[in-house]
Design a protein around this ligand. Structure first.
Ligand code: F6P
Length: 326
């Protein structure tokens, strides 16, 4: 690759707390190594529309502690078309952007993989999604903060659940994966956890509730990942109500509060290390890879693997959560 002079950075897909810390780290590392940095607004849409602005070190001051993303984010339909990607390439070329850092989830990396197969522009990815569902990294930016938000909310729900002797179904995010549900379930001492990766959980749940009912267990918190096969917390609550007419059932959907807020220290540090590692990877002539964290160390994974392979939920932890809820 010709000598790197100017890199672009953007965020894409669902926002996640810590994305700003990553933007800051990419910008400052690149400037430290003598590169120009272009902030691309609104994800892939911003590349197609040439929504570019140079970022200097001061443009990323005072953002490490802020949730959301100063570069805005979007899910682009146009970038999924060959015409959209061609426009994006021309925009990058006319702006003199030699390489790009993409911060986002699997949809972001699927787009980057496709684009880099068609055009000779190096891309390096940084995993940013509260779902933590990306293969090739133990953690994604935003997951830790989202977990803490969920735990704080469920602790509050627990107070009212036990005061009123109620059965609460709490729905957490995770369209395709149960990472938030499982870990927050362990942290909150949930009575049961329902995730997309395990099928036919409702009959087991009914058995479990039956046993609790017999020994006069007065309140329960059941965590449901939104992608669970029955269709989420409301659907499961309806099914359970059919058999447990005496239970006072309530449903809470935590929704987008899980995506916002001040990033935790863990997310800020991880995002900073990822941002630094992404620029370093471009300087080392790497491309079409995502940086990540494996066993506490920075690791690299090709976009191909990150997109194609499925990160598995730790079933041993599911069993432990069950044991702890007897
Ligand atoms: O991918 C992150 C995520 O938060 C999912 O858990 C959730 O299903 C989805 O985004 C919600 O997306 P939107 O903000 O577009 O409704």
């Amino acid at each position: 690759m010709a000598k790197l002079k100017k890199i672009g950075v953007f965020t894409s897909g669902g926002d996640a707390p810590g994305m700003n810390a990553a933007i800051r780290a990419v910008t400052r590392t690149a400037i430290y190594y003598g590169l120009h940095v272009i902030g691309i607004r609104h994800g892939y849409e911003g590349i197609i529309n040439g929504n570019f602005k140079e970022l200097k070190a001061f443009n990323v001051s005072d953002i490490i502690q802020r949730g959301g993303t100063i570069l805005k984010t979007a899910r682009s339909k146009e970038f999924r078309t060959p015409e959209g990607r061609k426009k994006a390439f021309e925009r990058l070329r006319s702006a003199g952007i030699d390489a790009v850092v993409a911060i986002g989830g699997d949809g972001t990396f699927a787009g980057a993989r496709q684009f880099t197969e068609e055009f000779d522009v190096p891309f390096v990815g940084i995993p940013g999604t509260i779902d933590n569902d990306i293969y090739g990294t133990d953690y994604t930016i935003g997951y830790d903060t989202a977990l803490n938000t969920v735990v704080e909310a469920i602790d509050k729900i627990r107070d009212t659940a036990s005061s009123h002797n109620r059965l609460f179904f709490v729905e957490v995010m995770g369209r395709d994966a149960g990472f938030i549900a499982l870990r927050s379930g362990i942290a909150c001492g949930a009575e049961a956890i329902l995730i997309p990766e395990i099928k036919n959980q409702v009959s087991n749940l009914k058995d479990f509730l039956e046993k609790g009912f017999k020994r006069k267990k007065s309140s329960n918190i059941i965590i449901v990942a939104e992608g669970e096969e029955s269709g989420g917390a409301f659907a499961i609550a309806e099914k359970v109500k059919e058999d447990f007419k005496d239970y006072d059932v309530r449903v809470t959907v935590l929704g987008h509060i899980q995506r916002g807020g001040t990033p935790s220290a863990y997310d800020r540090v991880t995002a900073s290390l990822f941002g630094h590692a992404a620029v370093q990877a471009l300087l080392d002539d790497q491309q079409s890879i995502m940086v990540g964290m494996v066993n506490g160390e920075i690791a690299h994974c090709t976009f191909n693997k990150a997109v194609k392979k499925h990160k598995q939920v730790d079933m041993e932890k599911m069993e432990i959560a069950e044991i702890l809820s007897v």
